[in-house]
Design a protein around this ligand. Structure first.
Ligand code: ADP
Length: 322
């Protein structure tokens, strides 16, 4: 393989740039050319391509977001769009692809490669860490640490003003960020979409805690939690206890910022593994990390499988809030 294409697609995640840098430099090391495809499948259809060399990726390992930009592309969902994309790749002499994205990106890639003869290797870029087949997705560690930093800051105000705070973190379908940042931030209670909401227990613990001298509390809520996020949970809490509260929604700040060492290393190892996989003739697989080792997981095995958080962590959080 002489020339490969590289793109990011779906939601951005910190560490994508580290993966881009690694793909480009590993390819250059092996005397391969890399073409950057701008804005995911959308740029593929338009033929928005830029040659990348070792110097094009200087000074980006520490930057969040993606220098290749990312997008969602409804046109790629239909056959005509995918055919156009394939013709653009052929015209540019691109023989293989590295896709950095989430579940949807790989679903699209899988469909594409079953229709057209081009190998794709995926690198997971997603802050949610809900991708089956890998212990961690790229960007999760950074997002957790951003959320944790915010929780620590909110705790200062909560403690000074004797207040109860409900902090909403990202995760429409996944409670991973809430569980990790909540446990690390010493939250009194954590609400996630994967577990049945237990407001009565949360209210009881906080009221009990106040009787025992606790003057403030932090409750972490995943945005996709079944009751409808932090505002709804907080309202229910007030109805049960009559206590005053504040709500903070962290939102997109969790997606940005300089990636942690963990995400930079995961991005670097994943990018190198993706190039090695293409060189070995592998196709339609995702690069993942399992027990510290880089592994390849076929796209077809990921469908219909969901990664669940360890719900025992909720019990630990409860024990820690006595
Ligand atoms: P993520 O990769 O972060 O999960 P999305 O679910 O938005 O993000 O998917 C990114 C893009 O992948 C979509 O905008 C679309 O272009 C493509 N895609 C997703 N699912 C499919 C599919 N079933 N068939 C073809 N393309 C798809």
């Amino acid at each position: 393989m002489k020339r490969i294409g590289l793109f990011c697609s779906g939601g951005d995640a910190p560490g994508m740039n580290a993966a881009i840098r690694a793909v480009v430099r590993a390819a250059v090391f092996h005397h391969m050319e890399v073409v950057g495809i701008m804005r995911g499948y959308s740029g593929m259809i338009k033929g928005d391509f830029r040659p990348l060399n070792a110097r094009s990726v200087s000074g980006i390992i520490n930057r969040g977001g993606t220098i290749l930009h990312t997008a969602r592309c409804p046109e790629f969902m239909i056959y005509k769009g995918r055919k156009k994309a394939y013709e653009q790749l052929k015209k540019a002499g691109i023989e293989g692809l590295v896709a950095i994205g989430g579940d949807g990106t790989f679903r699209g890639a899988h469909r594409f490669t079953s229709e057209f003869d081009i190998p794709v290797i995926g690198v997971t870029g997603s802050i949610d860490n809900d991708c089956w087949g890998t212990d961690y997705t790229l960007g999760f560690d950074t997002a957790v640490n951003v959320a944790l930093d915010a929780i620590d800051r909110i705790r200062d105000t909560a403690a000074s003003h004797d207040r109860i705070f409900f902090v909403e973190v990202m995760g429409r379908k996944s409670g991973m960020i809430a569980l990790w940042s909540g446990l690390a931030g010493g939250a009194e209670s954590i609400f996630i979409p994967e577990a049945r909401e237990n407001m009565t227990a949360c209210a009881r613990e906080i009221v009990e805690g106040r009787k025992q001298g606790k003057t403030s509390a932090i409750v972490v809520v995943a945005e996709g939690e079944e009751a409808g996020g932090a505002f709804e949970i907080a309202k229910r809490f007030q109805k049960l206890t009559g206590l005053d509260y504040r709500v903070t929604i962290l939102g997109h700040i969790q997606r940005g910022g300089s990636p942690t060492a963990f995400d930079r290393i995961l991005g670097t190892r994943s990018g190198v593994a993706a190039v090695e996989a293409l060189r070995k003739g592998k196709k339609n697989q995702m690069v993942g990390i399992q027990n510290g080792k880089m592994v390849l997981v076929p796209f077809s095995r990921m469908w219909n499988r969901r990664k669940y958080p360890d719900l025992a962590w909720l019990k630990i959080a409860e024990m820690m809030s006595v």
